[in-house]
Design a protein around this ligand. Structure first.
Ligand code: ATP
Ligand code: MG
Length: 417
């Protein structure tokens, strides 16, 4: 057996294999089958660290660069750019190739043989409303996966992969709405599933509709950050010139996982110093400068993400900012989060409605809604998804593993002979 399914996620990645014993994920970091899509490069150009170890090295303040949400670069012009690590320049495509090659190598050790053929997951749309951009992003990812050492690369939509995982345990035929809300994208499918359908060679008739948007948990983090922490760092603060406020772009970059490192460029730090000179509230811009000079952007983002998740259980929740300034903290309630993501929730609802409509099914004829992806745990997104198929049974899929297992099932079908 030489095939696998690979779910390279914006936040977490998994790799699945399928053999006569069934389809399963392989351990990628210790016993864990998820590998956070994070890399840490030390400034001296040594071998990078991956996953949880990468995040820990950064949090321990070792001198280096953390990269997270690198998948978000796909489908944007940023993917063609380079980033500086110490004195070395490295392209983002190469960064992703190093990550995929590491996943492949770890999985090969775990399962004891070489993995040459891969069914690679992909969002339904890398880019919204741009078919050519979508094709280009898939081509780029295919090239990267080859660069990482896979001889044969094919793609499957992430929600269709999740559907296969769900179908593997089904005893009756049903119409299902699959909702995968992840870190970078939200993907939806309406599919006919069942034990008798599983064996069919051609399933195209069972896929009634697929749709997706470039919106996920990292966008929630950004919107939540802009509503809570960024104002404390100077977003919207007054400049000397009457009526003027501090330029917002630095705060937007700091609030966006994939843009944080770009802020550390000496030229950008110099610009922010100029902003400070012209500011009427320089004590706020000083905090921003401390974040940039101290390489603290990801620490801040990690705190904001943790607060977002904690709000599901504890309302309000405190975002501790002592790393920026002793005694500094912001309290944020669920109402603040919900208001910050109001439009995003509306886009999720519209996406699901559109996908159901395209399937030709009446919403009340859907038997089940299968939820997967970390952001499907966000109360506002979850409620929005369930409201679109009120009569359907709610099935909680494996939050982080359903796509990877389904890709392995698909790989066995395509390459298993
Ligand atoms: N309990 C929770 N409540 C809200 N959000 C959560 C929770 N747990 C995880 N998340 C969010 O889920 C996202 C990660 O989900 P997941 O691992 O499914 O994404 P991914 O597969 O890496 O991304 P994508 O499929 O979009 O490329 C992160 O933004 C994370 O903050
Ligand atoms: Mg995913």
């Amino acid at each position: 057996m030489t095939f696998c399914g690979l779910d390279f996620g914006t936040s977490n990645s998994t790799l699945g294999i399928a053999d006569p014993r069934g389809a399963r994920l392989v351990p990628l970091e210790g016993a864990a089958t998820t590998l956070p899509s994070a890399m840490w490069f030390d400034m001296a150009g040594g071998t990078p660290l991956f996953g949880r170890s990468a995040i820990e090295s950064y949090v321990d303040r070792l001198d280096g660069r953390l990269m997270r949400s690198i998948k978000s670069m796909l489908g944007t012009s940023l993917i063609e750019e380079d980033t500086w690590i110490g004195r070395e320049r490295i392209g983002f495509k190469q960064v992703i190739a190093i990550f995929l090659a590491e996943m492949k190598a770890r999985a090969e050790v775990a399962c004891g043989h070489a993995l040459e053929h891969v069914v690679h997951g992909r969002p339904v749309h890398f880019v919204d409303d741009d078919a050519a951009g979508d094709r280009a992003a898939e081509d780029t990812l295919r090239g990267i996966a080859r660069e990482a050492g896979f001889a044969e690369v094919s793609f499957e939509y992430e929600p269709i992969a999740a559907a296969r995982t769900y179908e593997a345990g089904l005893e009756r035929e049903e119409m299902a709405l699959i909702v995968d809300i992840g870190g970078g994208t939200s993907d939806v499918s309406v599919v006919r599933l069942g034990p008798a359908r599983r064996a069919l060679a051609d399933r195209s008739g069972d896929i009634l509709s697929n749709d997706g948007i470039r919106l996920g948990g990292t966008d929630v983090d950004r919107l939540f950050s802009l509503a809570t922490v960024m104002p404390v760092l100077g977003l919207g603060s007054r400049m000397r010139r009457p009526g003027a406020v501090a330029p917002s772009r630095y705060f937007h970059m700091l609030a966006t996982w994939s843009r944080i490192n770009a802020l550390y460029a000496p030229k950008v730090v110099a610009e922010v110093r100029d902003v400070r000179r012209e500011s009427r509230e320089p004590e706020k811009i000083d905090r921003l400068l401390r974040v940039l000079e101290g390489n603290l952007g990801h620490s801040l983002a990690l705190k904001i993400e943790a607060a977002k998740i904690a709000l599901g259980r504890r309302d309000p929740t405190e975002i501790d900012l002592r790393l920026v300034e002793l005694g500094l903290a912001v309290s944020a309630g669920r109402a603040v989060l919900d208001s910050a993501i109001k439009d995003a929730v509306g886009r999720i609802s519209a996406l699901i409605r559109r996908c159901i409509q395209a399937s030709g099914m009446a919403p009340d004829r859907l038997d089940a809604v299968f939820l997967t992806g970390g952001s499907a745990q966000l109360p506002a997104f979850r409620a929005a998804a369930l409201a679109e198929a009120p009569a359907a049974r709610v099935v909680e899929g494996d939050t982080f593993g359903a796509v990877g297992v389904g890709l392995a099932i698909e790989a066995r079908r395509r390459y298993g002979g």
